[in-house]
Design a binder for this molecule. Sequence first.
Ligand SMILES: Nc1ncnc2c1ncn2[C@@H]1O[C@H](COP(=O)(O)OP(=O)(O)O)[C@@H](O)[C@H]1O
Ligand SMILES: [Mg+2]
Length: 230
Amino acid sequence: MKSENIIRIEGLTKDYPVGEGFFRALAKIDLTFREGEFAGLVGPSGSGKTTLLNIIGLLDTPTSGSATVLGKEVSALTAKQSAFLRNRHIGFIFQSYNLLPVYTVYENVEFTLLLQKKNREERHRAVMEALDWVGLTEKKDSRPSQLSGGESQRVAIARAMVKRPAIVLADEPSANLDAENSHHILQTMQQLNAELKTTFLFATHDEKVMQYLQRIISLRDGKIEKDTNS
Ligand SMILES: Nc1ncnc2c1ncn2[C@@H]1O[C@H](COP(=O)(O)OP(=O)(O)O)[C@@H](O)[C@H]1O
Ligand SMILES: [Mg+2]
């Protein structure tokens, strides 16, 4: 796998069935991302940002065209192969945090490592390090209901980062945060990008997020309108 092509998308079209016909959510997208980019898909609601992130995150497949993620053509993967790749190498951060309410902060971050069958000691080291990255060591025994929105999103960042993924996909991560917390989580992700060389790809229409992005890809009606890298 060439490191400069951690994600390569060529002629990608995504149609959703609607009634008798279909709705074209993405139309012939061409796009590549290099390892370590801190980039964002930007555009109005309905422009196709989430659809594209879901394909890159191996949660969905193109209708036509190609998407190669970490050297694998997504359409060629079995459900089991994509689940494995996702669990090992791709971290997700959503606007709604998606924390498990009955588990502690520590357990929420540890969960993904249980799926990887890491032993207790390895898990402990990795979880404590991830909580330190986001400044939440002291909240490790709290439950999600006891956290602020900003803290919850920092747990979600720790959960995404604990496995040291190659790619983190963040879909509207600041949607439920105030300005101060938005800046805080963006700065944290920027630091992790610099330190760990993790590739970050955002979907956002938030100006506060855009100012941190090294590259902005503007989507409109499923097409790339502008890419600051080209
Ligand atoms: N499962 C689906 N079935 C039909 N249409 C969908 C589905 N998911 C998304 N769409 C449509 O595709 C377009 C792009 O959606 P989405 O990728 O969620 O946009 P964004 O994240 O930019 O708001 C929207 O018009 C949306 O209504
Ligand atoms: Mg969306």
